[in-house]
Design a binder for this molecule. Structure first.
Ligand SMILES: [Zn+2]
Length: 340
C-alpha cells in the first residue's frame, strides 16, 4: 500500500476548498460589475436590507417606542420568492443570465462544499458530487478508465471461442447485454468463474462502461487490492486512514455496480472472510448489483470461503461459467505470427 493511495479524501477536500475560493472571487467580481452596470439592482438590495432592518426593529421595539417608518420609500418586505424573481428580471433586462449572481457553483446543491445541510443546518451529509469525485478517483486509481478504452462491447470479438466455449460465453454475453441495457430492470448479480483469460474481466468491463455511460456509479476493485486497502487502514489505526477506509467501504457498499475482480487472489484470513461476507450480504439486502469474477472453481469457492457465503452467491447470483483457452496468450501468439 502506498501512502499516496490513502490520501484521496484529502485531495478531494482540497479541490473543494480551491473551488470555493475561486467561486467567492468570481462572485465578488460579478457583484461589483452588476452594481456598476445595473444601479436598480443595487438599489433593490439596499431597500431590501433597510426593509429587513425596519421589520426587525418593529418586532423588537416596545409598543410605546414604535416609530413611524423612517422613509417614504416603498420598502415593504418582499417575500423571498418575489425578491428572487425581481432580482432575476433586473439581470435579464440588463442582458445578463438570470443566475449570473446565484449560479457561480459547479454544484448548486452543496454550493461546492461537497456536503449538504442536515436538519440542524450543519453541512454533514455527503453530496452526490462528492461521491462522484470519489468514484472517479477510485476508478482512476484502479485503472478502470484506462481499461474501458479497449474493454467494451465495441471491441468484443467472438473469434476466439468455439463449440461449447462459444456457447458458454454467448450465454454470459447475452445476460450482460440485457442487464447493461436496463440495469434497473430487476435486481441481478453475476458470478463469472472459469480459467484465466477466458473473457471474465473483459465482460465485466463491458458492463461497467455501459453503466458509466448511463451516469451510474461503478466501482471496480481486484479482490487483492480491495482487502489490502481495508486491512491497511485497520492495522494502521490512524484516524485519517480509517476515514479513507470508511469512504472506500461506503463506496463499495452503496455504488450502483461493484465489480470485484479476481476473487481468490487476496490473502485468506478471517478479516477478509468477514469483510467479504458483509459486503456481499449487504449489497444483496440493498439490491445493489455486483459482478464477481474468479479463477476458482465452485468447489474451491465452497471449500475456501464459508458455506454461508457460498449459498448467498449461488442463490442470488447468475452463475456464468467461462471455458476455453487463454485469449490473452492466443492474441500474443497471433501478434508474434503476424510479425514473422
Ligand atoms: Zn454537490
Amino acid at each position: 500500500m502506498t501512502k499516496n493511495s490513502d490520501r484521496i479524501l484529502d485531495d478531494i477536500r482540497r479541490d473543494y476548498d480551491r473551488l470555493q475560493l475561486e467561486n467567492r472571487t468570481r462572485l465578488e467580481e460579478r457583484k461589483q460589475e452588476i452594481f456598476e452596470k445595473v444601479p436598480a439592482y443595487k438599489t433593490l438590495l439596499q431597500n431590501t436590507r433597510r426593509a429587513e432592518l425596519s421589520a426587525l426593529y418593529q418586532k423588537l421595539a416596545m409598543p410605546g417606542e414604535m416609530q413611524e417608518g423612517g422613509s417614504d420609500d416603498e420598502e415593504t418586505l418582499m417575500d423571498q420568492e418575489s425578491l428572487r424573481r425581481k432580482k432575476e428580471s433586473l439581470l435579464v433586462e440588463a442582458g445578463y443570465p438570470a443566475d449570473y449572481l446565484s449560479g457561480v457553483w459547479q454544484c448548486r446543491d452543496c454550493e461546492d462544499t461537497g456536503y449538504l445541510r442536515d436538519a440542524y443546518g450543519a453541512r454533514s451529509i455527503r453530496c452526490k458530487c462528492f461521491t462522484k469525485r470519489l468514484t472517479e478517483r477510485l476508478s482512476e486509481e484502479s485503472g478502470l478508465s484506462e481499461l474501458l478504452k479497449t474493454e467494451n462491447f465495441d471491441h468484443l470479438s467472438l473469434e476466439y471461442y468455439q463449440g461449447e466455449d462459444l456457447e458458454n460465453f454467448s450465454r454470459a454475453l447475452d445476460l450482460c447485454r440485457k442487464f447493461a441495457a436496463n440495469p434497473k430492470d430487476g435486481y441481478k448479480n453475476f458470478f463469472f468463474y472459469g480459467n484465466i483469460g477466458t473473457g471474465k474481466s473483459f465482460l465485466s468491463c463491458c458492463v461497467a462502461k455501459e453503466l458509466l455511460d448511463k451516469g451510474l456509479e461503478v466501482v471496480y476493485y481486484s479482490a487483492g487490492r480491495l482487502f489490502d486497502r481495508l486491512a491497511a487502514a485497520k492495522n494502521a489505526g490512524r484516524s485519517d486512514q480509517e476515514e479513507d477506509a470508511g469512504a472506500v467501504r461506503s463506496m463499495i457498499y452503496d455504488c450502483d455496480l461493484l465489480i470485484l475482480d479476481d476473487l481468490g487472489t487476496e490473502w485468506f484470513n478471517n478479516f477478509v472472510f468477514s469483510e467479504l461476507f458483509s459486503l456481499i450480504n449487504e449489497r444483496i439486502l440493498k439490491e445493489k448489483p455486483t459482478i464477481i469474477s474468479t479463477n476458482l472453481s465452485l468447489t474451491d469457492l465452497k471449500r475456501i470461503y464459508s458455506e454461508r457465503l457460498f449459498s448467498r452467491i449461488t442463490s442470488n447470483y447468475l452463475i456464468c461459467k467461462f471455458t476455453g483457452s487463454d485469449i490473452r496468450r492466443e492474441k500474443a501468439r497471433q501478434r508474434q505470427e503476424d510479425q514473422n
